[in-house]
Design a protein around this ligand. Sequence first.
Ligand code: BGC
Length: 748
Amino acid sequence: MKNFPILTLLAGLMIVACKPASPQDRLMANEAKISEIIAQMTLEEKVNMLHSKTNMSSAGVERLGIADVHYADGPFGIREEGVPNGFQSAGWTVDSATYFPTGSALAATWSEELAYKYGTGMGKEARLRGKDVILGPAINIQRLPTGGRTYEYLSEDPILSAALAYKYTLGVQDQGTAVCIKHFAVNNQETNRGSVDARVDERTLREIYLKPFERAVVEGGAMSVMPAYNRVNGDYCSENEHLLNEILRGEWGFKGMTVSDWGGTHSTMGAMLHGLNVQMTGSTYLGPAVIDSIKTGALTEAQVDEKVRQILRVRFAIEPVPDDVANQTITSQPESQRIAREVAEKSIVLLKNEKGILPIKSNVKKIAVIGQNAVLKTQSGGVGAGVKALYEITPLQGIQTRAGKDIEVKYAPGYKNFPGRRWGPAPAEPDPLVATAIDEPADPALMAEAVELAKNADLVIFFGGTNKSIETEGSDRANIKLPCGQEELVQALYVANPNLVTVLISGGPTDLQVLEPVSPAILEGWWNGMEGGTALAEVLFGDIAPSGKLPFTFPVKLEDSPAYAMGNFPNSTREMDLFTALYRPDMTPAERQALNARRPIPVSEYTERFYVGYRWFDTSNIKPMYAFGHGLSYVTFNYGEMKAKASGKKITATFTLTNEGDMDADEVVQLYVHREGSAVEWPEKELKAFSRVSLKAGESRQVTLEIPLEDMRYWDEAKNGWADEHCQLQLLLGAASDDIRQSAEVSI
Ligand code: BGC
């Protein structure tokens, strides 16, 4: 008994010693040094750190040797250098960067390994440019098929988004660059994005919309977070006590800094009290007004010290790149270009392949490539998230290079492109390849030329889809219809030559009701980075087997999708706010401000709750055009019997996967869960684990998938906390959410 206190102490020490270090602890290594520095700073120097210095930096303290923080836009390439006080190009040449496949393409790889590599590429290029923080990854859930930023975001599913966000974060931060995960949170529409109030229940918030952020912060150790433009349940994200103070810092243990989206800070007291560190851009709220508020006693200097401490934690965790080291070499490096290519190769989704029309057969000697998207460069446009790529291989270039001398490749534009908004004066002469409206019917002359080419070819490859003026930051699409008469054109092409393959070049889903019956094969080719054309040609010619899987549902029609079916979108939110009005050239800035001030707050109700994406389609028994997780290969895979057990803190499922084909190929295996006799409301099924498996021709391998029991919990609104549900589970193993091959029962 005498030893009791010592034993207790030892046991206590062991518990402390065994407590796994949180990745956020990395930010806590310099607390004493930070205290010393803060003690030496004047109030003005401190406040100077709380707002922008230039459009892409916030200040350090030169006198004390604290470097400025330099930001660079991601999320799919380090954005070109802008002038100090705006986004206009600085006119450099050394800043040509690697253009990586955009978010939905990365997600279509379903590869944690590639998300990590992608992050390393981004992180390294940021260092070459002298940047400390990447404004990315962009990890909001794709709620609307029409969402303007679907192409930047990853998936409609929280488990897939969270896994990739986590690995991307690790990849970047392992290079000594910080991420700024965005846009926290519930940033799912561009319509009125600067003012809309997203009203979402707590369970949906926790289980769907916050999941990717939670993993990137808690497991990935994300050092900074960008609060979104919108409001969530009443308060702007940049001053949202619940999101920033209670959840992010309180529950998730976030130790770093929050940086408002550009123009997304709204008040001094709100930002100071409710969790914002840095106002980007300007100093209206977190500048002199903070000093005034301290003078009046509304704020204290200690509150400023705390904000400065959080910023300095990031500053000291990230080694500044000296000016004479940064920008000495071109940003885009071969190593990153290879990563961009690998991601592109594994992202392309074979949606359909009738009569084995793909891969291209050896008797094909004449190929007609039709559609302007075959020659479209997708590196820039879409407003913020653009890259000045060192080079970009278009689909047509990729096909021509791969086809070589023996195959004739001819191109016709087929339809007019819709470039949307144009900056600067309108061209004097109308461009015959440019449409004036997105729904302009097919152009008879372009169509006739394309049909003629199709008639004389062995194979027609039609490039349809959208572009970065149609899917763009700042606005949502009005619908998901194929633009500019593409439907009419593809019907005519099919009549001319039914040996037709469609490649969709887009970031989000499109309505394929007309196109699908006249396309024996369809590929989703994405905005696939600077090596996109190379990767596409490899897939078309069968050098590699396609292995991407859809990270979101392709609905048959827009109205089938949850927010539309429930009447939640579009609704009164279709009014105009400050950001939407930015694109109204007929208004002065003052008129836009005035418009914003007098309009009621637009609201977006999330009454579809957690029935987002396939959760809705499955539960409501609505057949999509192509389901979440869908993607074919040139080989078939056999899924052997699945054995599953729940023990300890996880569920384990094991089975043998066999590549039955005669070429090497990857399969993305997906494990869903269906609950039986549950007292809690659940969607029909939910993805809980997945893995990309590479198999040689004929190879078999045992695959093990694990579901942490933590991921089976639900948010109990009555208890306001996570809760376990003990129930019978049906584990559903398959190649897509609508292609389940094996099942097993376990109880938890
Ligand atoms: C976007 C952010 C971006 C920022 C800086 C904003 O308009 O919403 O994603 O990082 O601009 O370019």
